[in-house]
Design a protein around this ligand. Structure first.
Ligand SMILES: Nc1ncnc2c1ncn2[C@@H]1O[C@H](COP(=O)(O)OP(=O)(O)OP(=O)(O)O)[C@@H](O)[C@H]1O
Length: 315
């Protein structure tokens, strides 16, 4: 658990972060969102003591971070930044192995960990381990950055606009991968973005910041349904809130299940139980269908979902 109590950071006369109170529970993904210059990165960097705070307290699992050795603290927190920060003259494998090497893990354990992480991040070790960062695509480099942050299995992951520098499709893939990895490894994560859609997709809870302060800290659903101020309302967008709410709910919530699953038919599984309602509606509108079959991860048909029910209950 991470706790910020009345945390302030000044740069000369500028108050970058102003008496912030924030609790991030173990295993949750807290997304800091807000416009440029509102203090997101400064807040993140104070957590791993890259920047000292001017006032207040930061506690990790109940312990005040100022009492901890800063180097030790940083080794226990994975840190991913935009543009990756990979060392250009080191191979992918060496970049990922950076922290385990600093921690003096035995060679075999490091090699096994690099291999495991590359597979987790969908990077084939045989193809990519010995490449240099400039030989990778932006999305691959970003994956290596995430693998490096996870290498020593830290409890906490700090991510500062990690997908900001890649194209929209790669960004969407990286977001989906992050959700998949988070289901597997469950790190306490603080993620900075200025993209509200990214925040809604990834967060367990969102902290909306403005001028160094936290304006609202709540679940994506509550941020959409009950924005605390005009600022939050304008950030989430008034007009398409209904569709955004639909993207937070899985098809599973509103489908009508069959008594027992029907056997899989290759190519038929257009819509999965864990796809979101917005996608389901889009499929039906595009194909002009009143309802569509729903499939589980094994490709078995488990039920149907109707256009009418999504429109009535989806948002
Ligand atoms: N090293 C620094 N020296 C002086 N002022 C700084 C420094 N770092 C940040 N600031 C100021 O603190 C405020 C908050 O900056 P911060 O980088 O935390 O914002 P941000 O929300 O992460 O913005 P962005 O989305 O543009 O990265 C800004 O006014 C910025 O100019």
């Amino acid at each position: 658990m991470i706790e910020l109590r009345n945390v302030t950071r000044r740069f000369g006369d500028t108050v970058a972060v102003d008496r912030v109170n924030l609790t991030i529970e173990t295993g949750e993904v807290c997304v800091l969102v807000g416009s440029s210059g509102c203090g997101k990165s400064t807040t993140l960097r104070m957590i791993n003591h890259l920047l000292p705070h001017s006032a207040g307290e930061i506690l990790v699992d109940g312990e005040d971070t100022t009492a901890m050795n800063p180097q030790q603290l940083r080794l226990n927190m994975g840190y991913v930044i935009q543009g990756t920060g990979l060392f250009p003259h080191w191979t992918v494998a060496r970049n990922i192995a950076m922290v385990p090497r600093l921690l003096k893990w035995p060679r075999q354990r490091i090699d096994a960990r690099v291999d495991e992480l590359m597979k987790l991040l969908d990077l084939d070790p045989a193809t990519h381990a010995h490449k240099y960062p400039q030989q990778l695509s932006g999305g691959q480099a970003q994956r290596v950055g995430v693998a490096r942050a996870l290498a020593a299995d830290p409890n906490i992951l700090l991510m500062d606009e990690p997908f900001g520098a890649v194209d929209a499709i790669t960004r969407e893939n990286l977001q989906l991968e992050m959700l998949r990895i988070q289901r597997q490894v469950r790190k306490t994560t603080v993620f900075v973005t200025h993209d509200i859609d990214e925040a809604l997709k990834l967060a367990s809870r969102i902290a909306v910041m403005d001028q160094g302060r936290i304006i609202q800290h709540d679940t994506p659903e509550n941020i959409l349904r009950r924005p605390a101020s005009d600022f939050v309302e304008s950030l989430v967008g008034k007009q398409d809130r209904g569709l955004k709410l639909m993207s937070l709910r899985p098809v599973r919530d509103l489908m009508t299940p069959h008594g027992s699953p029907k056997p899989s038919r290759p190519g038929a599984d257009v819509l999965r139980e864990d796809d979101n309602l917005r996608l389901a509606l889009s499929v039906m509108l595009w194909q002009d269908l009143p309802q569509v079959a729903v499939f589980n991860a094994r490709g078995e048909e488990t039920g149907v979902i109707t256009r009418e029910r999504i429109i009535q209950e989806g948002a």
